[in-house]
Ligand binder design. Structure first.
Ligand SMILES: O=C(O)[C@@H](CO)OP(=O)(O)O
Length: 207
C-alpha cells in the first residue's frame, strides 16, 4: 500500500527571526540556532525511520539551507529537489525589514496581529494569507499532491505562512482557527493522506 507521506518543515531560525524583523521575501541566512534546528529536524525524521523520494522548497536561502542540512542528517544529500517561488514566504510588503515591536508601537498590537495572522487582511503592499493561498495551493495541487498520491514520500521545507496556507486547506481551518495555527522553526509536521487527498493522520512533532 502506498504511504502517501507528506512532511512539512518550517525553516530554522533566520537572522531576521532573531532580530524580530518582518521578513517576507527578503533573504536572510539561518542563525547558528537555525542551523542546529535544521539538523535536529533531519535527526528526528531519521530516528523515526523516515526517508524521502522527493523534496520541494522555496527560492529563499533559509528554506533551501534548512532542507540541505536536514537531508545531510537523513543521509539523503542529492535527493531530487524542486525549488519554486510558489512556496516563498508571504510577501510582507511595506512591513518587510521593520521591527515587529516598533510596528506594534506605531500601529497598535491588534492591527499588527491582524496583519500577521488574519486570513484576509493584507499588510500594506503585501499578501494576506488568502493571497498566499492563491499562489501556494495551485502549486500544491498540480505539482506536490500528485507526487504524494503516486506514493512518493515527499518533504516540503518552506516558511511559516506559505506552510500555514497549505495547512489551512489540509486541516480544513476556518479563518478564525487558522489565526492560532503556529509553526515552530525546524519542527516537522507529518501527514499521511487518503487517496482522496484528505488527511488520514497527522503528527506534529511540536506535540
Ligand atoms: O517575518 C516573517 O516573514 C514571518 C515569519 O517569520 O513572520 P510572522 O510570524 O509575522 O508571520
Amino acid at each position: 500500500m502506498s504511504e502517501r507521506l507528506l512532511v512539512l518543515v518550517r525553516h530554522g531560525q533566520s537572522e531576521w527571526n532573531l532580530k524580530n524583523l518582518f521578513t517576507g521575501w527578503r533573504d536572510p541566512d539561518l542563525t547558528e540556532l537555525g542551523v542546529e534546528e535544521a539538523k535536529t529536524a533531519g535527526k528526528r525524521l531519521k530516528a523515526d525511520g523516515y526517508t524521502f523520494d522527493i523534496a520541494f522548497t522555496s527560492k529563499l536561502s533559509r528554506a533551501q539551507k534548512t532542507l540541505d542540512l536536514a537531508l545531510a542528517e537523513l543521509g539523503q544529500t542529492g535527493l531530487p529537489t524542486i525549488e519554486n517561488l510558489a512556496l516563498n514566504e508571504r510577501d510582507y510588503g511595506e512591513l518587510s525589514g521593520l521591527n515587529k515591536d516598533d510596528a506594534r508601537v506605531k500601529w497598535g498590537e491588534e492591527q499588527v496581529h491582524i496583519w500577521r495572522r488574519s486570513y484576509d487582511v493584507p499588510p500594506p503592499g503585501g499578501e494576506s494569507l488568502k493571497d498566499t493561498i492563491a499562489r501556494t495551493l495551485p502549486y500544491y495541487v498540480t505539482e506536490i499532491l500528485p507526487k504524494v498520491l503516486q506514493g512518493n514520500r515527499t518533504l516540503v521545507v518552506a516558511h511559516g505562512n506559505s506552510l500555514r496556507a497549505l495547512i489551512m486547506v489540509l486541516e480544513k481551518h476556518t479563518p478564525e482557527s487558522i489565526m492560532k495555527r503556529e509553526l515552530l522553526t525546524g519542527v516537522p509536521v507529518i501527514y499521511r493522506l487518503k487517496p482522496d487527498s484528505t488527511i488520514e493522520s497527522v503528527v506534529d512533532l511540536a506535540g
